[in-house]
Design a protein around this ligand. Structure first.
Ligand code: BGC
Length: 752
């Protein structure tokens, strides 16, 4: 037996050695090929590889018209295009690239943020699932569909930590927490890149926006960021580091300045951290026009200087500002930018083109038959419905949900009124960063349609719109109230339109838009039982609703199958398991609010402690709904916490065990969250930090032992010298159902 083990270990080491050398030699041969191509290129052709143009199809920024892009492609002046999709379209442009002297294939990039053909929940919603496999699968499917349409590269995942729900782009990320954000970043990179570049269903990932874009002052898009390097590394860079470690092929820099230096011209970020300390081997693309925008920042005088600063700082590809194509060759000839800087950038870009297999076959992503197959893949819709269900968060339930009780199967109200601007909504279910395909209206499932498929023969659905999303008029209220009076149960729909969160969609007022909350009040006054569904890309404020109506589901923007997923949850075919990945404020004046704040010298322990921690006279110290919060139709009991050791050295580990029991009537999933607090540090530490979690499914009455491991990594942080260290001392350990709902506590010590 021992011998068998020994042999298999030997075999494994041999296998690993061979694998290591194979991948090294593959890399070596790619590097040799890259060099042999580079060797033949003129300076102008090299700069061409660093130039990216928009296809003018779906621009997200100002378009610079510069005539004939096709002839520029033919003369080798373009390395990549964005917003060009579809096999026919990409093939046409690739054929033109093949007429260039060097025949270097184009890269086609696109914002595949939450799906291409099948639209998945917006990333913030998916983060609420805390289901890393599901998130990875959603990215995988998006990659399968987009790569079949000729796309090589997605400008995703966006891994910006966001703590200000006024910022429209919170919808695009994973919320406020660096730990959860890092795991999700990794899952998305793995999902997009699948089994690796070189497979025709892999999309190159692009971790963006590097860096700290999510911390824009006041939540105003494109705004400045000023923060300590410690905060930058510990909170904002963590998911980027995770994305780089997961093998993200590319990074995108950001529009903002960071401590006075625009990210695009920021050498510290791009050269010292990303390509230096993190040893990133991919390339960095600028954000849309961000090289040229350094002029408006007041950081450079003109486009000539912009190209100089950006290239030297490590921005390898210029998206849409034309600063490189117009100036870089001249800058090299004048000796202001070294040839090695250009060569290094071009090497990084060509390497990816080789890895994608484009030099072997520039048309390998142009397969009509594959495109046709992926266009209507029913399996993708099924998976979309799965993750959409998991993304829904049950915020409140006084027992009214689910509509169809398990104890009395088939019993449901006779008349259900579905009211509000989202009852029959289609494209508003998709959210920002999604595409309008011609047949979308038949594919997207509305709440109304989802419910129609669920109800039994004895149930009738009634409908009233009541108001439009941003209405100031009460004209539709009378009809809505009349319909409500005829119903036994009311499903009220409310929320934000698809384009109210997203890029350049910051809002100072994040209450339910228009007269929607007034409509809820008017309908509620009928005294009929009511469930409210809130559709949005960010945390919204709806305090009256939260305090009065019996049940609320936060349904975000859930994608193509939204209506089916919502109906599954309403009728109890799926027990909601989502937990908020971002704190919900009580009012805009409470922003920014996040769970892992410091204790301060005057910590408040309740709302009556008015002299303490940053409390407002007129506001609770608590958010409306905290990070990690979300209810279930069942109940879970946490018990039997045990730590294998109460004192460890930093080479040792603690095995933490506890028991989770489903004490309710429904099968359900619970996200068990483990938080730590470092009691005394050489720099002050947060009141709690998420360090681990597990999503566990249990049948009614079932119990399971859950294990967590505490190791040095979980106890470490950046000290004031930016060293990642664990300091000896006492730690509190908290396990709970949210960042506030802590069910089990203990403590342990790290000793020298
Ligand atoms: C956005 C990026 C996006 C790019 C290309 C920019 O405006 O900030 O996130 O990838 O446009 O569409």
């Amino acid at each position: 037996m021992k011998q068998v083990k020994h042999i298999s270990r030997l075999f494994l080491s041999f296998f690993l050695l061979v694998a290591f050398h194979t991948s090294r030699s593959q890399r070596k041969t790619i590097d040799q090929k890259v060099d042999s191509v580079l060797h033949l290129m003129t300076l102008e052709e090299k700069v061409g590889q660093m130039n990216q143009y928009n296809g003018d199809w779906d621009a997200t920024g100002p378009i610079t018209k510069d005539g004939d892009k096709q002839s520029q492609i033919r003369s080798g002046m373009v390395g990549s295009m964005l917003n060009v999709t579809g096999v026919d379209h990409t093939r046409t442009l690739q054929e033109i690239a093949m007429q260039s002297r060097m025949k270097i294939p184009l890269l086609f990039g696109q914002d595949i943020i939450h799906g291409y053909r099948t639209i998945f929940p917006v990333p913030l919603a998916e983060a609420a699932s805390w289901d890393l496999d599901a998130i990875q699968l959603s990215a995988r499917i998006a990659a399968t569909e987009a790569s079949a349409a000729g796309v090589h590269w997605t400008f995703a995942p966006m891994v910006d930590i966001a703590r200000d729900p006024r910022w429209g782009r919170v919808m695009e990320g994973a919320g406020e927490d660096p730990y959860l954000g890092s795991l999700i970043a990794r899952a998305r990179v793995k999902g997009f890149q699948g089994n690796g570049l070189g497979n025709t269903d892999a999309l190159m990932a692009c971790a963006k926006h590097f860096a700290a874009y999510g911390a824009a002052v006041g939540g105003r898009d494109y705004n400045s960021v000023d923060m300590s390097l410690r905060q930058l590394h510990e909170i904002y860079l963590a998911p980027f580091k995770a994305a780089a470690e997961a093998g993200a092929a590319t990074f995108m820099n950001s529009f903002n300045d960071l401590n006075g230096i625009p990210a695009t011209g920021n050498k510290y970020l791009q050269r010292d951290i990303l390509k230096g300390a993190w040893k990133f081997k991919g390339f960095v693309v600028s954000d849309w026009g961000s090289v040229g925008e350094m002029i408006q920042h007041g950081f450079v005088k003109d486009n000539y200087e912009a190209a100089l600063v950006a290239a030297n700082a490590g921005s390898d590809m210029d998206m849409e500002s034309r600063s490189y194509i117009q100036n870089l060759a001249k800058l090299v000839k004048e000796g202001k930018v070294k040839m090695e800087v250009v060569d290094e950038a071009v090497r990084r870009i060509l390497r990816k083109k080789f890895e994608l297999g484009l030099f072997d076959d520039p048309f390998r992503f142009c397969n009509k038959e594959r495109e046709r197959q992926q266009w209507n893949n029913p399996e993708h819709l099924r998976m979309e419905r799965e993750i959409a269900k998991k993304s829904i968060v049950l915020l409140k339930n006084n027992g009214i949900l689910p509509i169809r009780k398990q104890s009395a199967k088939g019993s449901e109200p006779r008349n259900i009124a579905v009211i509000g601007p989202f009852a029959k909504a289609k494209s508003d279910n998709l959210g920002f960063w999604s595409y309008d395909w011609p047949d979308d209206s038949t594919r997207i499932v509305s709440v109304w349609e989802g419910m129609q498929k669920k109800i039994g023969a004895d149930t009738r659905l009634l409908y009233a719109r009541g108001c439009n999303i941003n209405d100031t008029s009460h004209a539709g209220f009378t009809e809505a109230v009349a319909v409500a009076k005829n119903a036994d149960l009311i499903i009220m729909t409310a929320g934000e339109a698809r384009d109210m969160s997203g890029e350049a969609k910051s809002r100072s007022n994040i209450h339910l838009p228009g007269v929607q909350e007034e409509l809820i009040k008017a309908v509620y006054a009928t005294g009929k039982p009511m469930i409210v569904l809130v559709s949005a890309g960010r945390p919204l404020i709806f305090n009256w609703t939260a305090d009065n109506v019996p049940a609320i589901l936060y349904t975000w923007w859930l994608g193509t199958e939204a209506g089916d997923a919502i109906a599954d949850v309403l009728f109890g075919d799926y027990n909601p398991s989502g937990k908020l990945p971002i704190s919900f404020p009580r009012t805009e004046g409470q922003i920014p609010i996040y769970y892992d704040h410091f204790n301060t010298g005057r910590p408040a322990t309740s709302d009556s402690d008015r002299f303490y921690r940053s409390a407002y006279l007129d506001l609770s110290i608590y958010p409306k709904y905290e990070f990690g919060y979300g209810l279930s139709y069942t109940t879970f009991q946490y018990s039997d916490l045990r730590l294998s050791k109460k004192k460890i050295k930093d080479t040792e580990k603690i095995d933490v065990t506890m028991k989770l029991t489903n004490t309710g009537k429904y099968e359900g999933e619970e996200v068990v969250q483990l938080y730590l607090r470092d009691k005394v540090g050489s720099v002050v530490r947060p009141v709690k930090e998420l360090k681990d979690f597990q999503k566990i499914k249990l049948q009614p009455g079932e119990a399971k032992a859950i294990h967590f491991i505490i190791d040095k990594q979980k106890l470490s942080f950046y000290n004031d010298k930016l060293q990642w260290i664990a300091e000896p001392g006492e730690f509190d350990l908290m396990i709970g159902a949210s960042s506030e709902d802590i069910r089990l506590k203990d403590s342990f010590e790290l000793v020298k």
